[in-house]
Design a protein around this ligand. Structure first.
Ligand code: PLP
Length: 386
């Protein structure tokens, strides 16, 4: 079912999107329909649901909410962000060419290099900030251009509208992984993207208690194809995960504002301290693409990357002294985390590409949570004391 586009502000969309009172009881919150199957009156006579891999009312509510968040006609929920990405890859055929931004989440690169390249699909990893070289790389058989913005972990900004123009001129689709921004801070479909991907594990979930993924899009035939892949492949989210996500979405706009405010204060304090070789955050005037970030994002989100000089020994000492920031993979939860991309989230990136990108022993990626900003800044200050 296509979701109805609402003229509401995002704060209102977050609270109400997709959720109708339950028709039998009036329950204001969508129940967890923890069922695998549905009784039929006669063969093929059912109330719209026949088996929960194909459809479940809790998932329907979530998918409508996800579509509304991105201003899309269709939303699909998957068991993980990578399962959602995999569904897109499964629309491709041997011989197809895909251009991927070189600084993507390590697992995205691994999915393409290690799983899908063996089926004869060619993946080319490029710095998509360089639009001339992107234009030269496009071939007749390019089917997809795959963008993250900001990228993970170096927070480069890709110009979504310009990349969309190049993709569409070539008859290719633009996929945007909008995980770092959430639909609150960036609307890729309005900028020309064809499919938006989310790891809902991150900001949309927001509480580090689930794994999930989503696709949002407007194109009807493509949505039907992806719906078939979701059903036939079976990488669906469970009713409980759908319920948790519905609950999380209600506070998404509030959380994103706080993440963005905290991260800006945090990045500014770290930059002013002079203790780091570089502080990377799209909201800082020192970010080389700050103006582009301002033009396509309505906030800069909660991820801040830094280089700390002194090699792995000093970086490890610093990490060991942090009290609030927990050393863990993932991001986007209410609690602050810190990650060492080279040894953790991006360990699967080929070493030569890691070196070229600058993913080395001195790079750290903070996910700034919703605690008080002054406490987070103080945590870093005390951990730096050698
Ligand atoms: C930007 C981005 N996209 C996709 C994924 C994959 O999502 P998941 O871990 O839910 O499969 C991640 C995970 O870290 C990510 O950071």
């Amino acid at each position: 079912m296509a979701a109805v586009k609402q003229p509401w502000d995002m704060e209102t969309v977050c609270v109400h999107a997709g959720v109708e009172p339950e028709p039998h009881t009036g329950a204001i919150m969508t129940p967890i329909f923890q069922t695998s199957t549905y009784v039929q009156k006669g063969p093929g006579q059912h109330l719209g649901y026949d088996y929960s891999r194909g459809g479940n009312p809790t998932r329907t509510a979530l998918e409508q909410a996800l579509a509304a968040l991105e201003g899309a006609r269709y939303g699909l929920s998957f068991a993980s962000g990578l399962a959602a990405e995999q569904a897109i890859a499964q629309t491709l055929s041997p011989g197809d060419h895909v251009i991927v931004s070189d600084d993507v989440y390590g697992g995205t690169g691994r999915l393409f290099r290690r799983l899908f390249a063996q089926y004869g699909i060619e993946f080319e990893f490029l710095d998509l900030r360089d639009l001339d070289s992107l234009g030269r790389a496009v071939k007749d058989r390019t089917r997809v251009i795959w963008v993250e913005s900001p990228t993970n972990p170096l927070l480069k900004i890709n110009d979504i509208a310009k990349v969309a123009e190049i993709a569409h001129r070539a008859g290719a689709r633009l996929v945007v992984d909008n995980t770092f921004c959430s639909p609150i801070l960036q609307r890729p479909l309005a900028l020309g993207a064809d499919i938006v991907v989310h790891s809902t594990t991150k900001y949309i979930g927001g509480h580090s208690d689930l794994i999930g993924g989503a696709l949002m899009l407007d194109h009807e035939a493509l949505a039907e194809q992806l719906r078939f892949i979701q059903f036939a492949g079976g990488a669906v989210s469970s009713p409980f995960e759908c319920f948790l996500l519905l609950r999380s979405i209600k506070t998404l706009a509030l959380r994103m504002r706080k993440h963005s405010d905290n991260a800006l204060a945090f990045a500014r304090a770290l930059e002013e301290s002079g203790a780091f070789r570089q502080v990377i955050y799209p909201g800082l005037e020192s970010h080389p693409q700050h103006a582009l970030a301002r033009s396509q994002m309505s906030g800069f989100s909660g991820i801040v990357s830094v280089y700390l000089s002194g090699g792995l020994p000093r970086v490890s000492r610093f990490l060991g002294r942090l009290r609030i920031f927990a050393l863990a993979e993932s991001l986007g939860g209410v609690e602050s985390l810190v990650n060492h991309p080279e040894l953790m989230t991006h360990a699967s990136v080929p070493p030569e590409l890691r070196e070229k990108l600058g993913i080395n022993a001195e790079l750290l990626r903070f996910s700034v949570g919703v605690e008080h900003a002054a406490d987070l800044i103080e945590d870093v200050r005390q951990a730096l004391a050698d």
